[in-house]
Design a binder for this molecule. Structure first.
Ligand SMILES: CC(C)(COP(=O)(O)OP(=O)(O)OC[C@H]1O[C@@H](n2cnc3c(N)ncnc32)[C@H](O)[C@@H]1OP(=O)(O)O)[C@@H](O)C(=O)NCCC(=O)NCCS
Length: 232
C-alpha cells in the first residue's frame, strides 16, 4: 500500500500545498529558511497575518480571546525601535510566520539601564498551512541569536499550559518551563553574544532581504509576462 502512495506536494519552503493534512517534516529539516526583519512599514502585513489566525490560535498567541480591534491595537503599538519583529514569506510573498521579540517591561535588553532586567519576550505565530515544518523552531532559534546580540540574559515565553507545540519548542532549546494552572512561562538562559553571532545575524538578514527582492522581481516579471501574453 505504501509503495503506491505519492508524496505530498510541497512548495519551495516544504509547505504542504493542501491544508488540513497532518503536519509532516520537510525533506530537509536542517535547511536554512530566510527570515526577514520587519519594520514599521510592514504593520499592515503583520496585521493581515494575525487576522488570518483563527479564534483559537489568537487565543493561544495572545493568551486571551483577542478581537480584531485588539489585534489591530497590538500591531499599532509595536515599537520597532525597541523591539525586533521578523517574518517568513512564502513564494507568493505572503507572511506565513511572524515573531515579535520584545524588550520586557521594566527592562532594557540593550542594557542601557543597569537597574533593570535584561530579558526579552518571544511571541510567534505560524499560519496553519506552515505548521509542523520546523518554522516555529527556526523563528525561536533566530530570536535567540537576536536576543543575545541585544545583550539579553534570558528569553521568556509566556504561553498557555495547553500550548504543547510552543512549550515543546522552548523545552527543546533548553528552556525551563514553569506551569501555573492554565498558564506557563518558559525561561531560557542565553549565552553572551560573540563576534560570530553578530556576523551570522547580519549575513542572515542580508541574505533574507536579497532573496525577498529576487522573489519580488520574479513575481512581478511573471505578472508582466502574463499581461504581455494575454494582450498580444
Ligand atoms: C506554536 C506554533 C508557532 C508552532 O509552529 P510550528 O511551525 O508548527 O512549530 P515547529 O514545527 O517548529 O515545532 C512544533 C513542535 O511541537 C511538536 N508538537 C506539535 N503538536 C504537538 C502536540 N500536540 N503535543 C506535543 N508536541 C507537539 C512538534 O512535533 C514539534 O516538535 P519536534 O520539532 O520535536 O517534532 C504554531 O502552532 C502557532 O502559530 N500556534 C498559534 C499561535 C501560538 O500558539 N503562538 C505561541 C504563543 S507565543
Amino acid at each position: 500500500m505504501t509503495a503506491t502512495q505519492t508524496p505530498p506536494q510541497l512548495d519551495r519552503f516544504g509547505f504542504n500545498k493542501t491544508d488540513g493534512a497532518p503536519p509532516k517534516r520537510p525533506a530537509s529539516p536542517d535547511g536554512w529558511v530566510p527570515i526577514r526583519n520587519l519594520h514599521a512599514r510592514h504593520r499592515a502585513r503583520i496585521l493581515d497575518h494575525l487576522l488570518q489566525l483563527d479564534e483559537h490560535d489568537r487565543y493561544l498567541r495572545f493568551g486571551f480571546q483577542a478581537s480584531q480591534e485588539q489585534v489591530a491595537r497590538y500591531v499599532a503599538s509595536i515599537d520597532f525601535r525597541r523591539d525586533e519583529v521578523f517574518g517568513i514569506f512564502n513564494g507568493r510573498l505572503q507572511l506565513v510566520a511572524v515573531a515579535h521579540l520584545a524588550a520586557m517591561p521594566g527592562g532594557d535588553a540593550r542594557g542601557s539601564d543597569a537597574s533593570r532586567g535584561r530579558a526579552m519576550e518571544f511571541g510567534v505565530s505560524v499560519l496553519k498551512q506552515g505548521r509542523g515544518k520546523g518554522l516555529g523552531s527556526r523563528m525561536f532559534q533566530h530570536a535567540i541569536m537576536h536576543a543575545r546580540n541585544r545583550h539579553a540574559s534570558h528569553l521568556m515565553i509566556h504561553a498557555l499550559s495547553e500550548n504543547a507545540p510552543m512549550l515543546r519548542i522552548a523545552a527543546k532549546a533548553g528552556a525551563t518551563v514553569e506551569r501555573d494552572g492554565p498558564e506557563a512561562e518558559a525561561w531560557l538562559k542565553l549565552p553572551p553574544d560573540t563576534t560570530f553571532s553578530h556576523i551570522d545575524s547580519s549575513l542572515q538578514s542580508l541574505a533574507a532581504e536579497a532573496i525577498y527582492r529576487v522573489k519580488y522581481q520574479m513575481l512581478h516579471a511573471s505578472d508582466w509576462l502574463r499581461l504581455l501574453i494575454t494582450s498580444a
